[in-house]
Design a protein around this ligand. Structure first.
Ligand code: G3P
Ligand code: MG
Length: 241
């Protein structure tokens, strides 16, 4: 079972910051996951929420601010004073951290509340400019976006994210078409996901921060887990083999 650092090494460092990504890049793990949104001036930035309220000392929606405006705020001190001065990273800055590693990079396209016109294309262009088309997995809860990624870049690995269970995942996967299924921890143990695994679907599970759940998923045969605690999970896997 592979390990993917969720939002970088986010248990130890402020999520989706360069510090969290540099720490994840040093670990011998399968990959890293992060979330992207679009700024007012069409820059792809790495942050989880559509607003900066929770993870910075500012307030407002990413879509209403330019990159320069977003850079005025601090994205580390909400986590700990030690990380004061972290800025919101651009997609390019994060790709630069990983382009010389062999880690898989899962870029999650966000559009839970706002739809970001052209986000798929901009992300693919940046990934291509780094020569990382084979290194990325592009996922979204917005399956229209996954469909657009599949159409724009059929060879790039894409994944459909699910918070809840769909009854027939294999059929649904064919419609998108999605190469992998990224499912929530509670849905991973349900029948439709078990059936998808038996039919050889690539299933990855978020967010797994406790060994007792990793144990269940290892037995089920999921491909990978997203975790805020990559070192703890590495140790767990090492002790298993
Ligand atoms: O991509 C897996 C996981 O990150 C999905 O949920 O809310 O943490 O972005 P969330
Ligand atoms: Mg995510």
């Amino acid at each position: 079972m592979k390990i993917i650092a969720h939002r970088g090494y986010s248990a130890k460092y402020p999520e989706n910051t360069l510090t969290a990504f540099r720490a994840a890049a040093k670990l011998p793990i399968y990959g890293v996951e992060f979330d992207v949104h679009l700024t007012k001036d069409h820059q792809v930035v790495v942050i989880h929420d559509e607003s900066i309220d929770r993870t910075s000392n500012g307030i407002g929606f990413v879509k209403d601010m330019t990159l320069e405006e977003l850079r005025r705020y601090d994205y580390g001190s909400w986590f700990s004073k030690e990380y004061t001065g972290e800025v919101i990273p651009t997609l390019s800055e994060v790709l630069a951290v990983f382009c010389h590693t062999n880690q898989r990079i899962n870029i999650e396209l966000k559009s839970d509340i706002f739809s970001y016109e052209g986000l798929e294309k901009l992300v693919l262009q940046e990934v291509e400019s780094f020569g990382m088309m084979d290194q990325v997995i592009i996922s979204s809860f917005n399956h229209e976006m996954v469909q657009r990624v599949a159409k724009l870049a059929p060879d790039v690995e894409n994944a459909a994210l699910f918070a809840n269970v769909v009854l027939n995942l294999n059929e649904y996967q064919k419609i998108i078409p999605a190469k992998a299924l990224h499912v929530s921890l509670p849905s991973a143990v349900r029948q439709p996901v078990q059936e998808a695994i038996l039919k050889d679907s690539l299933v990855r599970v978020y967010t797994v921060n406790e060994i007792k759940y990793a144990d269940v998923l290892l037995k089920i045969g999921v491909d990978a887990i997203f975790t805020d605690e990559p070192e703890m999970m590495m140790e767990y896997i090492l002790n298993k083999v």
